[in-house]
Write a new protein. Sequence first.
Length: 623
Amino acid sequence: MRRFVVAVVLALGVGVSGVPAGADVADPDAVQVAAVDATQLPDVEVSILAPPGLAGQPVEPGTFALTEGGVPREIEVRQQPGSEQDIVLAIDVSGGMSGPALDDVKRAASEFVRQAPTGAHIGVVAISSTPQVVSEMTSDTDDLLRKIDGLKAGGNSAIADSVVVAAEMLDKGEAPNNILLLLTDGADTSSVHPMSEIPSVLSRARASLYTVQMSTPETNAAMLQQITRESRGQHATAEDTAALGAIYQSAARALGNLYVVRYDSESGGETQVVVSVRIGTAHRVSDPFPVTLPASASVLPAQTSTAHGFFASSTGMVIGLLACYLALAGGALALVGKAPARISAERRGRQENQDSVLSRFAERLVQWIDQNLRRRGRIAARTEALHEAGLKFRPGDYIALVGAAVVTAAALGLLVSGVLLALLLAGVTVGLSNVYLRVMAGRRRAAFADQLDDSLQLLASNLRAGHSMLRALDAVSREAESPTSEEFARIVNETRVGRDLGDSLDDVARRMQSEDFNWIAQAIAINREVGGDLAEVLDQVGHTIRERNQIRRQVKALAAEGKMSAYVLMALPFGLTAFLMVSNPEYLSRLTDNVVGYVMIGVGLVMLTVGGLWMNKVVSVKF
């Protein structure tokens, strides 16, 4: 069913002067049910034409009442504003309408525009040998009147072609109520499209057809009435121009007095809707309007109640999926984040029997990943990367967590858009996991460099107190902060199991990428070969390192503004894109509608990358 098929029955069937004798005369105070929209069950909307006495009056409680199958229903009522109506006037200006007849037609059309609902969008199409769009859809009354006044008669009648043009104008609009008011004598003499095509054209445009037929020597009443009937429209005949003017005025008043009544249906199958309106002491009741509802309409509320709301939307599903992922990630961290327990085989067997299925699955998955890494010779590199980042995970633990994040990101992308976004998010997640390791390792190295001068002072103090080198290193590992304590503890442990002290020190310098600590390792190695006062040497080295750190911090402070500018400029395009995607997606659609847009995106990304590398060189100061 078309939405709000407006019945301008009062407008097209009202008894006025000039209507031929014997025509049906409608009650001007009648309540007319125009249509029932049951496409959104259980919500049903009824479009009605109210009596003229209600026009311009506020809708008071109790003014409207509705029964469905004889049962009263609770209703919500609103007046349909003109902004929800798109109207096209198709006016025949062929040679047969020349002279005084055209002047009367223009006066009737102008009066319709003046009395049309405020805010309605109205267009005008002139029917001649070829359709002429006199005015596009507009609510500017003065402009419409000026263009209607400029109509000139001439040529033949291309009625079907003009209807096609009018339907295209209506289809471009967004109003729920599309109306085509056609004035002609019914004789099509020059159209390319057949008259039989009009009903399907209007159906695609979701438009209602109302025809006003002028009686002329070329009148083809049978054809026009058949087209109107097939289009489920309304038809009226004007024997003279006086009747034409009255019909147009009544149509305009009727369109301004439309109301929409909404209620929740509890019926099914064949039923009837009756609407009543109370105005003062008068009580008007509409004729029963037959409605066909699905047989299961009464159970629809229970079935569809879960299909609405926040958690049925895409946003709700995404948030729910994220919540599930966070819960699983927390459980996985709790399970695999602990170091493996060193217990006997007998107790280990009892412990495995007590563990949950999820815990055993996670442990076996991690062991399988570690075995594959060891078989391929990558276990040492992965372990070293995690240690440099300060993460106390086994390689299998970290890879399992990254895998869970990749699966979740891919599921989100598949839910929101499709396979392409799913693959993109999965790749981005893998890349971010590597970036995270590098960032954490960089922070750890920076903290180690900041603590180095204090660590050297502590090491020199222990040597000056008479402790051996190994005891002095152990004292630093116990008293210094992380990560210095962790690195010095590793030196001590490696030396205790037989590794050469110089090799352990060189490994720390390489792992921390510290040129300063490399000097310390060289100083200790030279002292072990030639002897001397190592404490004094370390004091001198520490003094140099403190001065270098002071200069480095000063350079960092001076470059902070430039780095912040670089971060803002790099993030600005992505931030603006995200904002526009949320606030006005159509603004960016032009970039994805053609090849030129994709080329511009590619060029922008290349220039952004070049600019980022350039700014990185500017703010990265080496000394």
